[in-house]
Write a protein that binds this ligand. Structure first.
Ligand SMILES: Nc1ncnc2c1ncn2[C@@H]1O[C@H](COP(=O)(O)OP(=O)(O)OP(=O)(O)O)[C@@H](O)[C@H]1O
Ligand SMILES: [Mg+2]
Length: 232
C-alpha cells in the first residue's frame, strides 16, 4: 500500500506556542482514517502543519513519497492532498462555480470536473451563479467538498465537515463520503460526531494535548473508546 501522507514525530508551533508534540500518523491508499479528540487538542493544527500554516519545527512531513521540508499551502494539493477546511472557507465574492474552479488550480488530471461535481451535488448546478456564501450551511459544505474534488486528489482532509449541520444533512454527507471513498479517494476525517465516524471510517487515531494517544479499528467494540476521546 503506498503512503499518501505521513507525519513523523512532528513538532508544530504557532509563534512560540508549541501545539503538536512528536505527532505521527500515516494514511495510505484506500484508507479511511478518523482523527478524533476534544476541542483544542490540535486536530486542525495537523492540517495546518501539512499546509504550512502552522510552523513545522521538528519531525518530517511526507506527501506521497516526497518529504516536504517547508510546507506551503499549494504543495499538498498539487501532490494530491486536498483540504476541506474547518468553517468551509467559501470565498465571499465568488459564485458557486467560481469557488469550484479554484479547486482546479492544481491542474491535476482525473475524473473530477464541473459536470462530475454537479452530478454528485445537483443543487450546486442549480445555484452555480449565486454567490457561494449565499448558500445554506449544508450547501456550502457540499461546495467545499466539490472544490476539493476539483483538485482530483488521492486524499482529502475533511476538518469537521458536519459541524453545525442538521442530522438529515449529516446523513447525506455520510453517503457522499462513502461514494467518494468507493471511487478510490482516501479520507482523513476529523470529526466529533461518532455516528458519522462509525459510518465512514475504518480506523481511528485519537489525540490529546497535541499527540496521538490511542489508535485502532473502528468497529462496534471501539465505540465506547471513541466516545471517551471526544467527551468533555
Ligand atoms: N493561529 C493560532 N495562533 C495561536 N494559537 C492557536 C492558533 N490556532 C489555534 N491555536 C491554539 O492551538 C491549540 C490547538 O488548536 P486546534 O485548532 O488545532 O484544535 P482543534 O483540535 O482543531 O479544536 P476544535 O475541535 O475546536 O476545532 C488550541 O489551544 C488553540 O487555542
Ligand atoms: Mg479544529
Amino acid at each position: 500500500m503506498s503512503t499518501l501522507l505521513a507525519l513523523e514525530d512532528v513538532d508544530a508551533f504557532y509563534g512560540s506556542a508549541h501545539i503538536l508534540h512528536k505527532l505521527s500518523l500515516s494514511i495510505g491508499e484506500g484508507d479511511r482514517l478518523a482523527l478524533i479528540g476534544r476541542n483544542g487538542v490540535g486536530k486542525t493544527t495537523v492540517v495546518n502543519t501539512v499546509l504550512g500554516l502552522a510552523s513545522l519545527r521538528g519531525g518530517t512531513v511526507n506527501v506521497g513519497n516526497r518529504m516536504v521540508a517547508r510546507p506551503r499551502p499549494y504543495i499538498a494539493p498539487k501532490a494530491g492532498v486536498a483540504v476541506v477546511p474547518q468553517g468551509r472557507r467559501i470565498v465571499a465574492n465568488l459564485s458557486v462555480e467560481e469557488n469550484l474552479l479554484l479547486g482546479a488550480a492544481t491542474r491535476r488530471k482525473g475524473p473530477w470536473n464541473l459536470p462530475a461535481v454537479y452530478e454528485l451535488f445537483p443543487i450546486l448546478q442549480e445555484r452555480a451563479y449565486t454567490p457561494g456564501v449565499a448558500l445554506s450551511g449544508g450547501q456550502q459544505q457540499m461546495l467545499a467538498i466539490g472544490r476539493a474534488l476539483m483538485a482530483n486528489p488521492s486524499l482529502i482532509l475533511l476538518d469537521e465537515p458536519t459541524e453545525g449541520l442538521a442530522p438529515v444533512i449529516v446523513d447525506q454527507l455520510a453517503v457522499v463520503f462513502n461514494k467518494v471513498a468507493a471511487q478510490g479517494i482516501s479520507l482523513l476525517l476529523i470529526e466529533q460526531n461518532m455516528s458519522l465516524v462509525m459510518r465512514v471510517a475504518q480506523r481511528y487515531c485519537a489525540m490529546a494535548k497535541g499527540s496521538i494517544v490511542a489508535q485502532g479499528d473502528v468497529d462496534a467494540a471501539s465505540l465506547e473508546t471513541l466516545h471517551q476521546h471526544v467527551m468533555v
